[in-house]
Design a protein around this ligand. Structure first.
Ligand SMILES: CC(C)(COP(=O)(O)OP(=O)(O)OC[C@H]1O[C@@H](n2cnc3c(N)ncnc32)[C@H](O)[C@@H]1OP(=O)(O)O)[C@@H](O)C(=O)NCCC(=O)NCCS
Length: 170
């Protein structure tokens, strides 16, 4: 169940308008740093600069309220098919964790999906508890359309994937 009231109770930047926007070319180094910080700890998949530049239009970023160019988090919505998209590479800078920024970014990406009339959003993650707060439910990998495994060919864990697949029907 999507606990909307509870999620909106989180205020990432007290007293300030939270800043989130589509990513720009100048954000790529910051996105690379945040994502690969967690990738080195095996908490998410790594991204190269090439992958980030090629898919930059998928990404949104959250920035520090008082310093609009200072990234505190990022995440992407990647469209696969007429009714299907993926949330990928969601990451919040460790020094800004637990301030509601991850929640804020997921809501932003889900709203983007709703605006595009996407029916189903999926993701692969090691953090099922975090995503279940939005109504994502865990599914078997084999129930996902084969097309979504395109990215997996580049993954160091290809054929031994230990991430959990989750789906949300909008
Ligand atoms: C998962 C992640 C994005 C959460 O971001 P965040 O900004 O710290 O999360 P929020 O502050 O919005 O968290 C809101 C709530 O979720 C909880 N939460 C945060 N991370 C959680 C996790 N990994 N598992 C379960 N609950 C989590 C918080 O305790 C908080 O609960 P509360 O509202 O009851 O206090 C962040 O920890 C991260 O970048 N992790 C590494 C990368 C990753 O795993 N990304 C997801 C894969 S695509």
């Amino acid at each position: 169940m999507f606990e909307k009231a509870r999620l909106h109770a989180v205020e990432p930047f007290p007293g300030q308008q939270p800043l989130a926007r589509k990513a720009r070319l100048t954000d790529v180094n910051g996105m690379f740093r945040i994502i690969n910080h967690y990738a080195e700890k095996q908490r998410m998949l790594p991204k190269t600069h090439l992958q980030l530049y090629e898919n930059l239009r998928d990404y949104s970023v959250a920035t520090e309220g008082s310093a609009p160019n200072r990234l505190v988090g990022c995440g992407a919505l990647h469209i696969y098919w007429e009714n299907l998209a993926e949330i990928r590479a969601l990451a919040v800078a460790p020094e800004n964790a637990n301030r509601g920024i991850g929640t804020y970014l997921v809501e932003l990406l889900l709203n983007e999906a709703r605006e595009m009339q996407i029916e189903q959003v999926f993701l692969f993650t090691y953090e099922p508890r975090f995503f279940s707060r939005f109504g994502f439910i865990q599914v078997e990998h084999r129930t996902m359309p084969l097309k979504v495994y395109n990215e997996c060919f580049h993954c160091p864990k290809f054929n031994k994937c230990d991430e959990l697949a989750m789906v949300l029907h909008l």
